[in-house]
Design a protein around this ligand. Structure first.
Ligand SMILES: [Zn+2]
Ligand SMILES: [Zn+2]
Length: 456
């Protein structure tokens, strides 16, 4: 005779299942919680296990994983996880944990009979894991709504300017507490640079401007540290099936940009999986350092930051903007390095100077430079090797590169509005002392810069 084990705290649920199963010739074992259930399963090796996901002392997922462990404790036993939750993510979680089936309570006799006769009840189409290909390019070039991108000008708007972690509150009310996100509208494109928490209000703004029409836009990702991607699960346009979203980025230290982006939406961290996002999302893992977004020439450069970070420069019909969100200047790093064989040695400083010069060349003559200036020079001394720059170096770099307007960016979470204002003033005084006319400001949430087309 075949044996079925029923693990459920609810006596009535066990009683119904037991009655129906006995009628079809099954022997029944029962447990009220996961731990005893698991022990019974290992001892009696039943052919069928029903286990409630919300079982005390080992939930259903744990029981399932233990029975399906790599050494295969009960590889052929059919495991049905039962639940009163009908969330799509939990079905996927059950199958991922190794369940053969998933049933939503209350379980009807007919459902049970269907399972026994057909071997499965799970609706495969509802639970299948669809893999979005890494380079699922849209069938046609994406076309933003014309009235949302006025011709003859470039608009650059800051939606998130903070580094590391969001810092809302009265002391950051002027410059803002959202993490990295900048919107650029130019040449019939909407380009969003990074998806920190600032992308949430941007998404709401875009959706309201679209007034129900399909949106098309590009998100450029510098790197996948939290402060640059954490807002994406809250980006309203990603939940509209009419929208085309193209995400462009580079693979970082881990295999696959898709895997990294989607992992922050896995079940333990977020209720909706990447695969469940209804918009058309095309992920383009870029390999070339020069590419195009529509008619805009984009250049990318590696920055000095843990785990790889890209800086971008957009050359448009209305001028150029460079975005270098996280970067630690090489020279200062090498000079202050803790490694005694490196600190201050000529070879290392020569090399560091060469690397910094590369960045100067990259941003040469740019109209707007948005750059990591998280620390002042004193703070930097205790932050060596953290991957961020200080305002003195950034101002010097911008002057050397003939930048027209510099925005200090990636503000430190511990810096209040007063401190940020003082850092910007320090930068301006430094430039004036050098006889330079460069404009310097601290990036500020909500600020928009408009550049007009440069007619030749
Ligand atoms: Zn960052
Ligand atoms: Zn970073």
């Amino acid at each position: 005779m075949k044996t079925a084990l029923l693990i459920d705290q609810d006596h009535d649920v066990r009683a119904s299942l037991a009655t129906w199963l006995r009628q079809t010739g099954w022997d029944i074992l029962e447990a009220e919680e996961g731990e005893t259930g698991l022990a019974l399963a290992l001892e009696q090796k039943p052919e069928l296990v029903f286990c409630d996901i919300q079982s005390p002392r080992f939930n259903g997922f744990q029981v399932c994983r233990s029975l399906r462990a790599p050494n295969g404790l009960l590889p052929t036993t059919k495991i049905v996880l039962t639940t009163s939750s009908s969330y799509g993510a939990d079905k996927l979680n059950a199958l991922e944990a190794g369940a053969t089936d998933y049933m939503i309570k209350p379980i009807m006799r007919s459902d049970l009979m269907h399972l026994l006769n057909n071997g499965a009840t799970v609706d495969d189409t509802a639970t299948r894991v669809v893999t979005r290909p890494a380079n699922d390019a849209p069938s046609a070039p994406i076309k933003p709504l014309a009235d949302m991108v006025p011709p003859g000008q470039m608009s650059i708007r800051f939606w998130g300017v903070r580094g590391s972690i969001p810092t809302p509150g009265p002391t950051t009310a002027i410059f803002g507490g959202n993490t990295s996100c900048i919107e650029v509208r130019v040449d019939n494109e909407i380009i969003v640079m990074d998806a920190g928490t600032g992308i949430r209000p941007l998404g709401d703004q875009l959706a309201s401007e679209a007034t129900g029409r399909p949106l098309a836009l590009t998100v450029l990702i510098s790197h996948t540290h939290w402060d640059h991607i954490q807002g994406f699960p809250f980006f309203a346009p990603a939940y509209n099936p009419k929208n085309d979203i193209r995400i462009i980025g580079f693979e970082g230290a881990r295999d696959g940009l898709l895997a990294t982006l989607s992992s922050q939406m896995e079940s333990p961290y977020f209720p909706i999986g990447w695969q469940q996002l209804p918009s058309h999302i095309a992920l383009v893992e870029q390999k070339e350092l020069k590419f195009k977004i529509g008619s805009i020439d984009v250049e990318a450069a590696y920055l000095n930051h843990p785990g790889l970070c890209m800086g971008y420069r957009l050359n448009t019909s209305c001028g150029s903007v460079a975005y270098l969100p996280d970067n630690e200047p090489f020279q200062r790093y090498k000079y202050h390095s803790n490694e005694p064989h490196q600190a201050g040695q000529t070879e290392f400083l020569t090399y560091a100077r060469k690397m910094d010069q590369k960045l100067v060349d990259f941003v040469e003559g740019v109209d707007v430079l948005i750059m990591d200036s998280q620390y002042d020079a004193t703070e930097y001394q205790t932050r060596v090797g953290w991957g961020h720059g200080c305002v003195d170096d950034v101002v010097a770099l911008a002057i050397n590169a003939n930048v027209k307007k510099l925005f200090l960016f990636h503000h430190d979470p511990s810096h209040d509005d007063d401190k940020i204002s003082k850092m910007a003033q320090w930068g301006r005084d430094f430039a004036t002392a050098l006889g330079e006319t460069i404009e310097i400001e601290a990036a500020k949430e909500g600020l928009e810069i408009v550049l007009k087309e440069q007619k030749t």
